[in-house]
Design a protein around this ligand. Structure first.
Ligand SMILES: Cc1cc2nc3c(=O)[nH]c(=O)nc-3n(C[C@H](O)[C@H](O)[C@H](O)COP(=O)(O)OP(=O)(O)OC[C@H]3O[C@@H](n4cnc5c(N)ncnc54)[C@H](O)[C@@H]3O)c2cc1C
Ligand code: FES
Ligand code: FES
Length: 475
């Protein structure tokens, strides 16, 4: 394994060592004098630290906007980074995004502007340019002085732009570096990036205290907010076997290191409601790094992915040096932030069966905002109604107990019954037996009980001929 970090910064190949392994990319950039990349929140919320990260793929670089505050410096090994300083052409000609922002008078302060510029530079390389794509691209960037309108206008005027140029020899070198394992250490910290599953499992068993790092969008906050210093980080992003995504007639298999952004199209194809929900996990910068496996392993009671996975009957593949096992999604989390994972195990993949024909899948996230917000309550349903009767129903909730759960009492009330308002009323009354919500700053226990039950009404309204509006915006 190589012991020096190698990457490209604004087109320049670099080798770095001697920097503590838990240093974030943002900290390193600013210490290196590249201060256009700002620190606003250091927790992935404001986008002031947005940079472009290029990952070698099929002989070229796949560029994504990411939050530099949540990326560890060794994580960029074998990749290319472009900051706001590197956007303009070598002769000083501004990048088309910079011109569009200037022409629309869309910059006011120097704090959020570099982040918006980089988020739009990622958008500019993509063909989609409708308002949904624009708002998606900048949902992870906060402007504190209400400059959004001209920023959106600038985005509407953007031409399609080529990806930042990387000369062929640099792209080839990055590809070579990214296929090598990395064992980087500086001071007391160590960053291990194996490239095969066998090696990852061996390292997992050898370092039971290691922080298993996928996208780092949860773990990063332990470093930047709680100021914890990991001894050993085991990074999974380079493990080839964990990066696959397989679609078949039976369903979908998503490798544990596949970021949300790469799984989104397949999830939308499998169940559009799940795609819509995933689009509301964090913002683009978070979805470009964060993984389903990380969300599941975090075992947060308000994590968004487990309710739909439970409703769809998904299973989770685990592996250790001793072998493999498969766990149903509803059995994976055993209590508040506790899971069945053993200290020598890794999540390898998530398997989601394709819903049977005629199944209606719904996934609801109730939060204070549409974008970039954490759920107060979430629910997912997989319902099949044949000849007016409920022939299959799986119900799952998040945010209403110490863990995301399957609501078996509610399911039992619905199964075999006519799909009518009376049946739904009976099921709503049963929800209280399945859940045990608590009060916190997001909502009271009573509010959560009411919302969880009312989401059954929403499902009923959306699946019947009822003319009552199921959503506020329809009023
Ligand atoms: C700004 C922001 C917004 C967010 N918004 C949302 C949101 O709307 N909804 C939501 O649910 N979450 C949200 N999150 C939380 C986070 O993005 C998700 O939980 C994400 O899916 C975590 O994935 P990751 O790959 O980044 O995990 P990491 O941070 O890398 O790891 C998380 C945990 O999973 C473990 N882990 C990771 N991979 C494996 C594996 N293969 N085997 C065993 N253990 C593993 C790690 O050890 C760690 O304990 C947000 C986070 C941020 C910073
Ligand atoms: S500093 Fe706010 S998202 Fe990184
Ligand atoms: S222009 Fe920077 S906060 Fe609005």
């Amino acid at each position: 394994m190589r012991d020096t970090i190698r990457f490209a910064l604004n087109g320049r190949p670099l080798a770095v060592d001697g920097v503590p392994s838990h240093t974030t990319l943002l900290q390193w950039l600013r210490a290196d004098g590249l201060t256009a990349t700002k620190e606003g929140c250091a927790e992935g919320d404001c986008g002031a630290c947005t940079v472009l990260l290029g990952t070698p793929a099929d002989g070229t670089l796949d560029w994504r906007a990411v939050n530099a505050c949540l990326v560890l410096l060794p994580q960029v090994d074998g990749r290319a980074v472009v900051t706001a300083e590197g956007l303009a052409a070598a002769d000083g000609t501004p990048h088309p995004v910079q011109s569009a922002l200037a022409e629309a008078h869309a910059t006011q302060c120097g704090y959020c502007s570099p982040g918006f510029t980089m988020a739009l530079a990622a958008l500019a390389q993509r063909p989609e340019r409708d308002d949904t794509a624009i708002l998606d691209a900048i949902a992870g960037n906060l402007c504190r002085c209400t400059g959004y309108r001209p920023i959106v206008e600038a985005a509407r005027n953007l031409p399609q732009v080529d990806a930042p140029a990387a000369d062929a020899s640099l792209a080839a070198r990055l590809s070579e570096w990214s296929s090598e394992g990395l064992a980087y250490s500086a001071g007391a910290g160590r960053f291990l990036a194996p490239v095969t599953l066998a090696e990852a499992l061996r390292l997992r068993a050898a370092h039971p205290d290691a922080w298993v790092w996928a996208g780092g969008t949860d773990l990063g906050l332990r470093v930047t907010k709680r100021l914890e210093v990991p001894g050993t980080v085991l990074f999974l992003g380079r493990v080839a076997e964990l990066r696959g995504l397989r679609e078949s007639a039976e369903g979908l298999e998503i490798g544990a290191a596949v970021p949300y952004a790469d799984a989104l199209a397949a999830l939308t194809d499998l169940a559009p409601a799940v795609g819509d929900l995933v689009r509301r996990i964090g913002a683009a910068q978070v979805r470009n790094m964060g993984t389903l496996a990380g969300n599941i392993a975090t075992a947060s009671p308000i994590g968004d992915s487990l309710p739909p996975l439970i409703a769809l009957g998904a299973t989770i593949d685990l592996a250790s040096p001793a072998g493999r096992r498969t766990v149903a999604a509803e059995d994976f989390v055993t209590g508040y932030r506790q899971t069945v994972l053993r200290s020598d195990e890794l999540i390898v993949a998530i398997r989601i069966p394709r819903p049977a024909p005629g199944t209606r899948v719904a996934a609801y996230k109730i939060a204070k905002r549409i974008d970039q917000d954490i759920s107060t309550v979430s629910a997912a349903f997989a319902l099949r109604v044949e000849a007016g009767r409920v022939t299959a129903m799986r119900v799952a909730f998040g945010g209403v107990a110490a863990r995301p759960l399957r609501a078996t009492v509610t399911e039992a009330v619905l199964l075999g019954k006519p799909w009518t308002a009376d049946t739904v009323a009976a099921a709503k009354a049963a929800v209280a037996a399945d859940i045990s919500p608590m009060s916190d700053f997001r909502g009271s226990a009573d509010y959560r009980r009411l919302v969880a039950a009312n989401l059954l009404d929403r499902l009923y309204l959306e699946t019947t001929e009822s003319t009552a509006p199921a959503r506020l915006e329809a009023l």
